[in-house]
Design a protein around this ligand. Structure first.
Ligand code: MSP
Length: 643
């Protein structure tokens, strides 16, 4: 059944409860909130879903470590998400938890539909399994025979019974669907990634686990727990009561947008559509994968201690400033970097200078020359028509950009209008017109036009910064809430402002931030954490980049004029190479000849006191400054790889 085109459904992924919410989680949820608020503004009946993913081995293990039940852990941690969404002004219509009874029922229902279709069979899985990722990997996917390609940890060999879903059966259908529906996967780069993944061949998917119990048990075989991703993906249907006859939320399906991070696109754009195809359910209209945030150029992680708490950012700035930053700073779909400096810069430039200043200078003029009463628009001019035309012609662009989730571009268009208004004020020089009683009406018309346009802009600011938008709207119209509209064309209607209304005095909406002061307040929190002797965790692929070999020292001499540096000729299995090392205070050259030591052999050459060094001899430094080489016995031949 085609859905009513005045409904709109958007989802975020459901968040794992073993992690605290961070900027990345806030990002997905704010993006979904922006589009859902925009649609609601245009009179759509919308359904915005978020929630928590509470089953699985990782949660079972975290709970065990904390000596509580997995459900207690989930109850405790899901509150962190709920609290953050409230602090961030997120207007979700439902919050689903995979431990909710109605969800469990829906998962089993979908599972059984797929089974009745003949798409589920009992088999045996044998192969590499990564426990933290709860994923099986094929030989070709593994790195160095046994390393998980996602997290870099060592996988273990498992052989166990498992139910499988006939994913391979849907390979062609999925490819056809992607090709026939250009909006199905966005952005383009992700679409191409998925096309090549599917084209390489899909293997049937193991969809049950027997090695832990925290999950939804397969009806007829309670040793098996349903794979956490099959469980989780079903949330998008269960929240609608999709399998209940009487649910009136069913009308929201198919979903308009699944907003997800790039790391989980495969689950949403391959596994999920195949499950839906199997069940004969219409596919999502669009899956949008956004990029990842780093903090000060570094990956966010618990071990780095740099996963900034979004609640802290909100208390130091405001929910609106943070929301604006997230949506404006980075094109949706690309990776971005968070830094307090960049956030402060956005607040001071875009919010305080451009927007805030436009509102306050206009209200200042109104206060000075019209006692804060909205004037009549009774002295039209060519410049006004041009400005109105320019603004109206931009509205379709902003609408299109919002509908495509091109949030930063939509904001750029809004800010172009703001800057054209600031320029208009400068060009009209209202302060000059005020000097002459005969131009009083013209002055009133100019102020009317600016106030009226700010009124209009409030609509486009609203999805991003709901609180500030309402403040601005009230400041220029006197009304507490945006007048309702039912289409984009309604937003193109201008000169709607009511004249004669006495407006309130308004404090600055976006105060400027003192950068130095603010950085002092916020950075110690980050720096202290990072400096706690915490070193970035790397995955195996990163480690593999370093080549370490046994090297036999063939000759050694001092580098002239240096008491520290020794120049050595070292056999690392190929041509002897020159290596310069700062161990000359501990060793005499003759002590070293004949020793076999550990050498990093793939460092780029570096010049030390004019001598080119082609590698690094590994050594530890004791408290007294003496070096201890990592010596190897003679049985290890020069050139042997150290792993
Ligand atoms: N539980 C699964 C989703 C199941 S949906 C049926 C999951 N949860 S998660 O908590 O690990 O991640 C949720 C979302 O946060 C993902 O979209 C992920 O991309 C996003 N982010 C996690 N770290 C991120 C950044 N550093 N930057 C941006 N988003 C990131 O996956």
């Amino acid at each position: 059944m085609p859905k009513d085109n005045k409904t709109f459904y958007v989802s975020t992924p459901i968040y794992f409860v073993n992690d605290k919410p961070h900027i990345g989680h806030a990002y997905t949820t704010v993006a979904a909130d922006v589009i859902s608020r925009y649609k609601a503004l245009l009179g759509y009946e919308k359904f915005f879903l978020t929630g928590t993913d509470e089953h699985g081995q990782k949660i079972e293990e975290s709970a065990k470590e904390q000596n509580i039940s997995p459900k207690d852990l989930a109850d405790k941690n899901m509150q962190n998400f709920k609290q953050l969404w409230s602090n961030l002004n997120i207007g979700n219509d439902a919050f689903i938890r995979t431990t909710d009874a109605y969800h469990k029922e829906a998962v089993l229902k979908l599972y059984n539909i797929m089974k009745d279709k003949g798409d589920v069979y009992l088999g045996e899985y044998s192969g590499a399994y990564c426990t933290p990722c709860e994923s099986y990997w094929t030989e070709t996917q593994l790195i160095d025979e046994n390393i998980c390609p996602d997290c870099g940890r060592v996988t273990k060999e498992l052989k166990e019974a498992s139910y499988f879903f006939k994913l391979s059966k849907y390979q062609d259908q999925i490819l056809e669907h992607i090709k026939a529906n250009p909006d199905f996967i966005k952005p383009e780069s992700r679409k191409n990634e998925i096309i090549s993944f599917v084209s390489e061949g899909l293997r049937d998917l193991s969809i049950s686990r027997v090695n832990f119990s925290w999950g939804i048990k397969v009806d007829e075989d309670s040793d098996h727990v349903i794979y956490v991703w099959i469980d989780a993906l079903t949330n998008y249907l269960s929240a609608l009561g999709y399998f209940d006859k009487d649910s009136d939320r069913k009308k929201f399906w198919p979903i308009d947008y699944h907003v997800v991070g790039k790391d989980i696109i495969r689950f949403h754009a391959v596994y999920w559509p195949a499950m839906l195809m199997s069940a004969g359910i219409e596919l999502p209209k669009s899956i949008f994968a956004h990029g990842w945030w780093t903090v000060d150029g570094k990956k966010m992680s618990k071990s780095m201690g740099n996963a900034i708490d979004p609640n802290f950012i909100i208390t130091k700035f405001s929910a609106d400033a943070f929301r604006y930053f997230l949506m404006r700073e980075v094109p949706f779909g690309l990776d971005g970097d968070f830094s307090y400096k960049a956030l402060i810069h956005r607040v001071n430039t875009d919010l305080a200078n451009d927007l805030g200043n436009l509102v306050s200078r206009t209200l200042g003029l109104l206060d000075k020359y019209f006692d804060r009463v909205v004037p009549e628009y009774n002295t039209p001019a060519k410049e006004d028509d041009e400005l109105y035309e320019y603004i109206i012609s931009n509205i379709d662009t902003i609408d299109k950009r919002l509908n495509n989730l091109a949030f930063n571009k939509a904001l750029m268009s809004v800010w172009e209008i703001i800057s054209s208004l600031n320029k208009y004020i400068d060009a009209m020089k209202p302060w000059n017109l005020a000097k002459d009683e005969s131009t009083h009406d013209r002055l009133g018309s100019i102020l009317y036009l600016i106030l009226d346009t700010i009124r209009l802009l409030s609509y486009f600011i609203y999805p991003f910064m709901p609180e500030s938008s309402l403040k601005i709207y009230k400041a220029v119209t006197g009304d507490d809430s945006l007048e309702s509209v039912t289409s984009v064309d309604d937003l193109k209607r201008v000169k709607l402002l009511k004249s004669g209304v006495k407006l309130d005095e308004v404090k600055q909406i976006f105060p400027r931030i003192d950068e130095a002061e603010m950085l002092k307040e916020v950075t110690p929190k980050v720096d202290k954490e990072i400096k706690k002797d915490i070193i970035e965790k790397i995955n195996f692929t990163d480690f593999e980049k370093v080549e370490i070999k046994a090297g036999k020292i063939l000759g050694a001499e001092r580098v002239p004029k240096s008491d520290k540096l020794l120049k050595m000729s070292v056999d690392c299995g190929d041509e002897p190479r020159i290596i310069v090392s700062g161990i000359g205070k501990t060793f005499e050259p003759t002590d070293l000849i004949g020793k076999t030591v550990a050498v990093v052999t793939n460092l780029l050459p570096a010049k030390l006191m004019g001598v080119e060094s082609n590698g690094m001899i590994l050594a530890a430094t004791a408290d007294d400054g003496k070096h201890q080489l990592l010596e190897l016995p003679d049985t290890i031949k020069a050139g042997t790889k150290i792993k």
